[in-house]
Write a protein that binds this ligand. Structure first.
Ligand code: PNS
Length: 160
């Protein structure tokens, strides 16, 4: 069975990697799907985000992962790929409030589509891409939140 793990991944954090690893052991194939959002200013381009994820997956030795990107609605991407399961990580109740609406909208748009939630590992429950971007903007230490290869790319981007 296949699962889609969608997100912005700007950038990939240790929390994302943990979820990808867990999904990799549960499903035959995990499609990590990067949302292309032209209206939102991003730190890394979609191509850079893909490279970062590919490197992290290689470091982890995971083989059943495909990295892709999508425009527009997630349900359309799911249909095109013939996948009926979406996975998201849940860190806190606030995530749940946000996620449950998206999951309900998606299952209304695509009958039979299921969204499953993996509880974040407590170690990563406070880690977010937006937090990492903010720390990076002030040239702070991001090493506790991202892999060494992501840290290197952040430092290159912010010249530190
Ligand atoms: O990492 P993020 O930014 O929390 O991921 C959010 C994402 C990409 C899963 C969500 O914004 C999404 O699926 N966007 C695509 C647009 C869509 O399908 N919207 C309908 C549901 S309201």
């Amino acid at each position: 069975m296949k699962v889609i793990y969608p997100g912005s991944f700007d950038p990939l954090t240790n929390g994302h990697v943990d979820i990808i690893k867990r999904l990799s052991s549960m499903f035959d194939e995990v499609i990590v799907a990067i949302l292309i959002n032209e209206n939102k200013k991003s730190l890394f381009t979609v191509v850079e985000r893909k490279d970062i994820i590919r490197e992290a997956i290689e470091e982890e030795g995971l083989e059943n992962i495909r990295i892709d990107s999508f425009n527009g609605l997630l349900v359309n991407f799911a249909r095109e790929n013939d996948v009926k399961i979406i996975a998201r990580g849940l860190r806190a109740v606030t995530d749940y409030e946000y996620e449950k609406n998206i999951a309900r909208v998606n299952s209304t748009l695509y009958q039979g589509l299921e969204t499953i939630f993996l509880l974040s590992n407590p170690t990563y429950s406070f880690v977010s891409s937006s937090g990492v971007r903010e720390i990076a903007a002030f040239k702070g230490d991001v090493s506790a939140f991202v892999s060494p290869s992501v840290e290197k790319k952040i430092k290159e981007k912010f010249n530190y």
